[in-house]
Ligand binder design. Structure first.
Ligand code: HH2
Length: 259
């Protein structure tokens, strides 16, 4: 899954896709480089971020989705029903909700009616404050319990279970060690029986592990290392900014694994 953020303030690619032609070209390049789907987002969820209105989110993403319609498989990274509805009308196939259907009470209905795929992600707290003091007794079990409950909720709302993937939410209310433990113990999430998505790409835990205590991002090679580690433990969707490099590395990892 390639990432195209159409925001001024995303933590690693904020501002680069302000022009919808540039954003659409980036998405097409990701597809050519081997992405199966491109995740388009109009709201940053980086630590400390405040959120934007549905109108502003639509203003950012609709011109990009119009340019991609029918050409590039698209995932819409939104927690808002209004944005998801418009994106699905414009051909999006997957709704990627970092709040796991907790923010907008009408989003579940939009997903259920459209028959779209859905990603449910774990987050402790909310973006504005989530990195202040994240705590767990057992991070893997607590994230799995949360995702199990949200999966049951989504199914009860009429969303087909086989259309849902789960994501532990790397960096969303977690320390670096929490993030690494979640990948190390991925089998705890896989036991829920759904595909697991991991988004470690460029995240600050990688830069911190490499010695920069104040890192806001992580370098490319570290991102690729995290993606391969997640893949080897059973992740099936890797959400990444640098598609070509990840596809190359994952192709080798798949060959070694005999997949
Ligand atoms: N991470 C980000 C945004 N959306 N969605 C899922 N399912 N999983 C993730 O790990 C995830 C996500 C944050 O990364 P990015 O989009 O690059 O930054 P920002 O939120 O600042 O736009």
């Amino acid at each position: 899954m390639g990432v195209v953020n159409v925001t001024p303030d995303s933590f690693s690619d904020g501002g680069v896709n302000a022009d919808p032609d540039v954003a659409a070209a980036a998405a097409r390049r990701m597809l050519a480089d081997g992405a199966a789907i491109v995740d388009v987002g109009g709201e940053s969820t980086r630590p400390g971020s405040e959120g934007v209105s549905a109108d502003e989110e639509l203003r950012r993403v609709v011109p990009v989705l119009e340019r991609l319609a029918g050409e590039v498989p698209v995932s819409i990274d939104t927690a808002k029903a209004e944005v998801a509805r418009r994106a699905l009308e414009l051909g999006a196939e997957l709704v990627n909700d970092v709040t796991a259907l907790r923010a907008d009470p009408t989003l579940a209905e939009v997903v259920a009616e459209s028959g779209a795929y859905l990603c449910l992600m774990h987050m402790q707290g909310e973006p504005r404050t989530m990195q202040l003091d994240p705590r767990y007794d057992d991070v893997a079990s607590e994230v799995a319990s949360f995702l199990e409950e949200r999966l049951a909720f989504a199914v009860a709302q009429g969303i087909a279970e086989e259309r849902i993937c789960l994501d532990p939410g790397i960096g969303f209310g977690k320390t670096a060690e929490h993030n690494f433990e979640l990948v190390r113990r991925l089998e705890v999430l896989l036991a829920l029986g759904r595909p697991v998505l991991i988004g470690f790409s460029r995240k600050s835990s990688l830069g911190r592990l490499l010695g920069d205590a104040d890192a806001k991002t992580g370098p490319l090679a570290a991102s690729v290392g995290a993606a391969v580690a997640a893949y080897e433990r059973g992740a099936t969707i890797l959400r990444v900014h640098d598609v070509r490099e990840h596809v190359e590395a994952l192709t080798v990892a798949a060959a070694v694994a005999g997949r």
